[in-house]
Design a protein around this ligand. Structure first.
Ligand code: GLU
Length: 300
């Protein structure tokens, strides 16, 4: 496949088996990419310490079993640490970063002060004097690196949500333990691999303004965003293990039945059994059901 072609992607975190909501997002990401002549890439977001290598293997097997395919080798964020470091270095050289010594508890306390923007880092370490910084450094807690943002809000455009404005704070680029932050890695990886279409769960919609702002600082064009509705558990909350059978191996259905069920939930087909390539033939994003799907798993 022509690697100059733009791409879409699916980027799971290998911290457990994919559940029906993850599989539905993967199917949509595949349909959006393939129906627009893009490559489809698979990226393991495996920087986190909760990652389990056997999860990645199982996730790939489940995606294949459903009939999804991808171009080239699976990309692993853990192979790309040097690129993240270089970007942090570039931003630091441009005066766009600062070290932050705050603990979670300190951030939480400051962020819940009356005039703080909800969910935003209040900027405690942004303008520390040299003496304060030295004192904080001496305290022994390793510093995180934050972006010195010059906006408090940024607007993105999304195929389903239209123009969306969200908070941009001085978000973390590298955590205190040295781990590159999700918002940084996503932006760099998408750009490095030609991804210009980002289809993912709409729980990440509020992260898109931060990512898009960072991309603009790095002179990376914003991708085409499609934040798709989530699958909820019977209590209309995020689907969770305790809700019952939610992974492919637990569902005791044939993969074609699972794809059929997902397609029905999205209002893309009424067939009991389906394949991704069957769905591709008549894929029309305008028909996608925009409300979250409440899934009632069989209880064990
Ligand atoms: N790794 C993230 C997740 O599993 C998705 C990141 C993204 O699509 O930008 O929720």
């Amino acid at each position: 496949m022509d690697t100059a072609l733009p791409a879409g992607r699916y980027a799971p975190s290998p911290t457990g088996d994919l559940h029906i909501g993850n599989l539905r997002t993967a199917l949509l990401a595949w349909l959006f990419a393939r129906s627009t002549g893009r490559r489809f890439l698979l990226r393991m977001e495996d920087l986190d310490d909760r990652v389990r290598p056997e999860s990645a293997v199982r996730q790939l097997a489940d995606l294949k079993a459903l009939g999804l395919d991808w171009d080239g080798d699976v990309i692993h964020q853990s192979d790309r640490r040097q690129h993240y470091e270089e970007a942090v270095g570039e931003l630091a050289a441009r005066g766009l970063t600062y070290e932050c010594y705050c603990s979670r508890r300190e951030i939480h306390a400051a962020a819940s002060a009356p005039h703080a923007a909800p969910g935003a880092y209040p900027g405690t370490c942004r303008d520390l004097s040299a003496a304060d910084r030295a004192a904080r450094r001496g305290s022994g807690r390793p510093a995180a690196v934050r972006l010195r943002s010059s906006v408090s809000e940024y607007t993105i455009t999304d195929e389903f949500h239209g123009r969306f404005s969200g908070v941009v704070d001085d978000f973390v680029l590298r955590r205190g333990d040295g781990t590159p932050a999700y918002n940084l890695a996503v932006v760099l990886d998408d750009a490095a691999t030609g991804v210009d279409q980002v289809v993912r769960g709409d729980d990440l919609l509020t992260s898109a303004p931060r990512q898009s702002y960072l991309a603009s600082l790095l002179r990376i064009p914003a991708p085409h965003y499609v934040h798709v509705p989530l699958v909820l558990g019977p209590h209309r909350k995020r689907l969770a293990k305790r809700d019952g059978a939610i992974t492919l191996s637990e569902l005791t259905k044939k993969p074609t039945e699972v794809v059929g069920m997902l397609a029905q939930s999205l209002a893309l087909s009424e067939a009991h059994e389906m394949t991704p390539s069957g769905l591709l033939q008549s894929f029309d994003p305008a028909r996608i059901q925009r409300r979250p799907w409440v899934f009632h798993p069989r209880k064990h």
